[in-house]
Design a protein around this ligand. Structure first.
Ligand code: KIV
Length: 266
């Protein structure tokens, strides 16, 4: 039986100077394919609201939806560490409510850790979760759950003041017991600096090559959306065109009587 990676294995990657690879996943087939590769970590991100449900933001994603998708991902994989996003509203109300919700995620899905967005304000939640045995990843920089506060998905921490706050927040999250921190859409030199300040790993998305690891949203990196053109996303495939081409061939074959053939019939 393959042993699933733990947060401590991921921590050791930083000590060894080996890069951490991570993608998001939400469903059975993609998770199975990811599991057949050497990807270290899967995040069941609340990005599922946008790339799976077609919502405009991640804000509407519910705890039950995260639990539903995370159980599928856990069931479909053996090796990668599975981290579930705590959705908006599930950890901001009180430490008690956050604990109840994180316990539900861990118990009902079998995932290994949770991730939550924010700095200073989430420290008490991280301390509590870690104290009861739930590993936590932080998330700084662009925090999509705060879209209504910031009004855009632009680069964060460009100005000195915000960059200084981010550095302080990263150290606070580490002190609170976080197992790692996702750094989203911040200048590469700031991400490198934060990475060297911390003993825990940083996982970057739009944060340059100086992070300890990288994460991409699976549907972005596989080119499911032909319109999408983010600077920080490298498209490793063009699934949108491949899928469209296959569907068009199928339509043509059915319309012109070429499918099904005799061999494909009983
Ligand atoms: O929800 C998500 O997919 C994320 C990644 C962008 C890091 O938080």
């Amino acid at each position: 039986m393959i042993k699933r990676l733990s947060v401590n294995d991921i921590l050791r990657y930083k000590t060894k100077g080996e890069k951490i690879t991570s993608v998001t996943s939400y469903d059975f087939y993609f998770s199975k394919i990811i599991d057949s590769t050497d990807i270290d970590m899967i995040l069941v991100g609340d990005s599922l609201g946008m790339v799976f449900q077609g919502q405009k933001t991640t804000v509407p994603v519910t705890l039950d939806q995260i639990i539903y998708h995370t159980s599928i991902v856990v069931r479909s994989t053996e090796r990668p560490l599975i981290v579930a996003d705590m959705p908006f509203g599930s950890y901001q109300i009180s430490v008690e409510k956050a604990t109840e919700n994180a316990v539900r995620i861990i118990k009902e899905t079998g995932c290994n850790a949770v991730k939550l967005e924010g700095g200073n304000s989430v420290v008490p939640v991280i301390e509590k979760l870690v104290s009861i045995g739930i590993p936590v990843y932080g998330h700084l920089g662009l925090t999509p759950q705060s879209i209504n506060k910031f009004g855009s998905y632009k680069l964060r921490a460009k100005q000195t003041e915000e960059a200084e706050t981010l550095k302080k927040d990263a150290l606070l999250l580490e002190k609170a017991g976080a197992s790692g921190i996702v750094l989203e859409k911040i200048p590469a030199n700031l991400a490198s600096e934060v990475t060297s300040l911390l003993k825990i790993p940083t996982i970057g998305i739009g944060a340059g090559s100086g992070c300890d690891g990288q994460i991409l949203v699976i549907t972005d990196m596989l080119g499911m959306d032909s319109q999408l053109n983010f600077r920080f996303v490298r498209k490793y495939a063009d699934l949108s065109s491949i899928t469209k081409k296959a569907l068009n061939e199928y339509i043509k074959d059915v319309k012109e009587g070429r499918f099904p053939s005799e061999e494909e019939s009983y």
